[in-house]
Design a protein around this ligand. Structure first.
Ligand SMILES: NC(=O)C1=CN([C@@H]2O[C@H](COP(=O)(O)OP(=O)(O)OC[C@H]3O[C@@H](n4cnc5c(N)ncnc54)[C@H](OP(=O)(O)O)[C@@H]3O)[C@@H](O)[C@H]2O)C=CC1
Ligand SMILES: O=C(O)[C@@H]1CCC=N1
Length: 268
């Protein structure tokens, strides 16, 4: 891609995307500029990914065709105020913060700039991200295709209607955290049964990865895949019965409801 991409913020999510894009070779590292106030973090991304770095957000504003705001939501107003008069006429602003939307971004810029709202997730770093994309009216079809190709360079990406963004935050933006908790719990269970810790993480993570692949690649209902593991009178149904008794599914649903509520609250 022959565009210059700028990231303002190179923390957890920024560096995951930079890692994903550079290893896909979609954009050459020379065409990526990363700004951050944290110089240690900048040195790290330069060393690992070979991208250009700066502590000056205005450099990103002046030089980049696509600007990803990968800073915390409360920093958005300050950074937008700083760059709003210096972005290129046709620049596309990619907003990834929870609770930040197209309207409030355009209001902060004081004009109808091109905005794409995206909710990515950190598995982008290993090429297995899931991103939901929603463009403002000002973004052309070709520009949207370019943004999709960036997010597809490190995983799956889908255009979704904006009213689904809170659900997306709960199901894929935030969910890696709950999945890691599940993996940690699985590993603890294996350690309890005498397995060495490192071996337990490998077995737990591979079981989760394989199960996810089965859902995606067989197209079978997760319930059917679960049934296929549960031998009558066997070991698995004992575990399933205990998970049901302890409210496993309800715990996940209730947690996601809280997550989506928080996302809605942050949008106000
Ligand atoms: N983490 C995740 O899994 C996901 C995050 N997001 C969104 O991504 C955004 C970033 O989150 P995350 O990466 O976790 O946050 P981090 O705090 O890890 O990264 C933000 C980076 O921006 C730097 N920074 C702070 N102020 C400025 C500034 N004025 N100019 C330039 N850089 C600045 C921070 O430096 P310092 O550390 O010194 O403050 C830090 O390095 C959030 O809006 C979040 O909602 C979306 C999906 C998933
Ligand atoms: O926790 C957060 O607010 C961000 C948004 C999605 C994942 N992390």
């Amino acid at each position: 891609m022959n565009k210059t991409i700028g990231f303002i913020g190179s923390g957890n999510m920024g560096s995951a995307m930079i890692g994903g894009i550079t290893s896909s070779n979609l954009v050459s590292p020379e065409n990526i500029i990363v700004a951050d106030l944290n110089e240690k973090q900048l040195d790290k991304v330069k060393e690992i990914y070979g991208v250009n770095i700066t502590t000056d957000n205005l450099k990103i504003a002046k030089k980049c065709d696509i600007i990803v705001l990968s800073i915390k939501p409360h920093i958005y107003p300050m950074v937008i105020e700083q760059i709003k008069n210096d972005i290129k006429e046709e620049a596309i602003i990619v907003v990834i913060a929870a609770g930040k939307d197209i309207e409030d971004t355009q209001a902060a810029f004081g004009r109808k700039v091109k905005v794409v709202k995206v909710m990515p997730n950190t598995p982008a770093m290993v090429g297995e991200g899931m991103s939901a994309i929603s463009p403002s009216k000002e973004v052309t079809k070709e520009e949207l295709e370019e943004i999709i190709s960036i997010f597809e360079s490190f995983g799956k990406a889908e255009v979704v209607s904006r009213n689904l963004m809170d659900a997306v935050t709960a199901v894929s933006g935030s969910s890696p955290a709950y999945v890691y908790m599940f993996i940690e719990a699985l590993a603890d269970g294996a350690v309890l049964e005498g397995m060495p810790r490192n071996m337990a993480y490998k077995f737990a993570a591979q079981a989760v990865l394989g199960s996810a692949k089965m859902v995606l690649e067989t197209g079978l209902h997760p319930g059917e895949l679960k049934d296929n593991v549960c031998s009558p009178g066997g070991t698995t149904i004992e575990a399933v019965a205990t998970l049901e008794e302890k409210g496993f599914r309800h715990a996940v649903l209730a947690a996601m409801e809280k997550c989506a509520d928080k996302s809605r609250e942050m949008s106000k």
